[in-house]
Design a protein around this ligand. Structure first.
Ligand SMILES: Nc1ncnc2c1ncn2[C@@H]1O[C@H](COP(=O)(O)OP(=O)(O)OP(=O)(O)O)[C@@H](O)[C@H]1O
Ligand SMILES: [Mg+2]
Length: 217
């Protein structure tokens, strides 16, 4: 799906974090959003998915408004249908095992579950042996891979990942980046990754950098 961000602005308590942000991502495109800590990467991704309401501007999906300053209601349905999201803070459900976290995501997002697909996804991320563990029993890197598995298991059209390699050592960061790309390519998903981790740069044909609330290409 075509996703377009037009003139997006967001301030917190009168302080501009984003101002006049514009970009497009074509179906299947891979985009890296770089910027130092505090530059507004998470704010931009949250607005993009309709989890936060921008002060100004719109996000469109195939030309139809998904997010605007007026409402994010349409976004809730579209996000569920088309997006997989890896949150910076992961947001795994602490009362549930990894397998149950993925099952719940599938059920909520697609209306049905596919158990073999869940175990295959956990296996590809190297954590199927931890499928019955709860999030607090995982290492940070395992939890990060679980959050990635949960986002991918619904085969989203658009995969948004906020610092998906922050807890990973060099080897795992490279492996996870390669896997994100491989899986996005397999399903034709658009991949938008935000990070301050320069190690990911070589994996992405297109990089946008957030500086003082705006994007430098
Ligand atoms: N809910 C909020 N209320 C007030 N200020 C906020 C809020 N959320 C974020 N900010 C501020 O907005 C700025 C951008 O935050 P954001 O989390 O988007 O940055 P980031 O680029 O994702 O940073 P990091 O790389 O550390 O994750 C920061 O200065 C932050 O302190
Ligand atoms: Mg962030």
């Amino acid at each position: 799906m075509d996703i377009a961000v037009r003139d997006l602005a967001k301030a917190y308590a009168g302080r501009d974090v984003l101002s006049g942000v514009n970009f497009n991502a074509a179906p299947g495109e891979r985009l890296l959003l770089l910027g130092p800590s505090g530059s507004g990467k998470s704010t931009l991704l949250n607005c993009l998915c309709g989890l936060q309401r921008p002060d100004h501007g719109v996000v469109t999906l195939d030309g139809a408004t998904m997010v605007s300053s007026r409402s994010t209601t349409a976004a809730d349905t579209l996000r569920r249908r088309h997006f997989g999201i890896v949150f910076q803070t992961l947001r795994l459900v602490s009362a549930l095992s990894l397998r149950a976290n993925l099952t719940l995501a599938q059920k909520l997002q697609t209306g049905s579950t596919d158990k073999p697909a869940i175990d295959r996804m956990l296996d590809r991320l190297g954590i199927v042996h931890r499928a019955d563990a709860r999030p607090h029993q995982l290492s940070q890197g395992e939890a990060q891979r679980a959050a990635i598995a949960r986002a991918l298991v619904v085969r989203p059209a658009i995969l948004v990942a906020d610092e998906p390699t922050s807890a990973l050592d060099h080897g795992n960061a490279t492996r996870v980046a390669a896997l994100l790309i491989e899986l996005a390519e397999e399903t034709g998903a658009t991949l938008i990754v935000a990070t301050h981790d320069d190690r990911l740069r070589p994996h992405f044909p297109r990089t946008l950098t957030l500086q003082e609330g705006q994007l430098a290409v």
